[in-house]
Ligand binder design. Sequence first.
Ligand SMILES: Cc1ncc(COP(=O)(O)O)c(C=O)c1O
Length: 381
Amino acid sequence: MREKIDEIIEFLKSELAEDCSYYSGKVFGSMSSYPDDDVVRVFAEFIEKNAGDANIFAGTAKIENKVINLLGTFFNNPTAGGNCVSGGSEANVVGLWAARNFFKEKKNLPFLNEEYEIIVPETRHTSIAKAADLLNLKLVEVPVNNDFEVEAKIVEEKISEKTIAIVGIAGNTVYGSIDNIEDLSIIALNNNCWLHVDAAFGGFAIPFLKNPPKFDFILEGVKSLVADPHKNLGSPIPNGCILFRDLDYSKHIIHHLPYFSGKKTENRTIIGTKSGAAIIATYYILNFKGIDWLKKRMKSAFENKDYLKQRLEELGFEVLGKAQLNVLAAKPPDNIRKRRNELFKKGWRIGKYGDLWRFVVMPTIRRENINELISVLEENF
Ligand SMILES: Cc1ncc(COP(=O)(O)O)c(C=O)c1O
């Protein structure tokens, strides 16, 4: 059987041959990467755990709570509540679902559901638009400035009695920009509005900038926050987190799972069955590898981002925005733009957004990967 499975694995590898691999160092178009070997070991050890069933996996459920407590403290609110979910998309939907139900519970509703609005920067991640679609809400998109940050004043002008929530992005998917969450928090408080922060990418990066802006629960207006361990923290996929200032903010999305083999279980997420192994791996990273490890990891990512920026600019790329986080949005010069397909065929994966190329410098990217990329871009000059 052993030989057979080895054979089958080789066959599966051949079936997967067209996949790229994060291990190749050629992937600059993704906000995920490979976990460290010790994290893989933890993940594999606990592969059977279903964090969706606290009756069978009571220990796993406790570890999920510990992750939320650790993250609450990390994001300046040790009493935050929340859940580990499948990723940033689900976390955004759950946060805005809670906001909608909280709003509807509090107010008499003179309007139809679909007339209610969420106000978001036009550069929001697709999952915010999915949330509006699923929750039957109107998406009110607000333009961003030259640094790809939303202006709080413009957001405030859009607030009305139909506004369910405003959304700020702390670590934009394409530009890496960070909205002024401090200003958004003030207008949220002044207008009695829910502020949801999408820090799926930036949550584990912004705290390690030289002068980090405030973006988390230290700001009173922030009611919910998304941060994804399976991005910069290096957890295995699938792992995102949705945190609420207080667990009570999510009480209107509770559904009970009556079929479980014990006490009935409260569920505040979209999925039921979920990967306990990913959550335990996140706990391992936060609790045992620790924040100093993360700080070193992000320092290296930021240094490599600065190095890539300099090398791209030498080749004639125009890098846009403040380029603070480990994402670069850059306009390629014409001679390089034309070579996109060729780069793709050679296994390089670089994001594309209209005319822009997007380079995500994940902490697993090494200096030699950047040098190799630059030498490929330089070919045929
Ligand atoms: C800002 C932001 N929010 C949400 C998401 C969605 O995360 P996921 O792909 O884990 O669902 C992303 C993904 O890149 C993101 O950049």
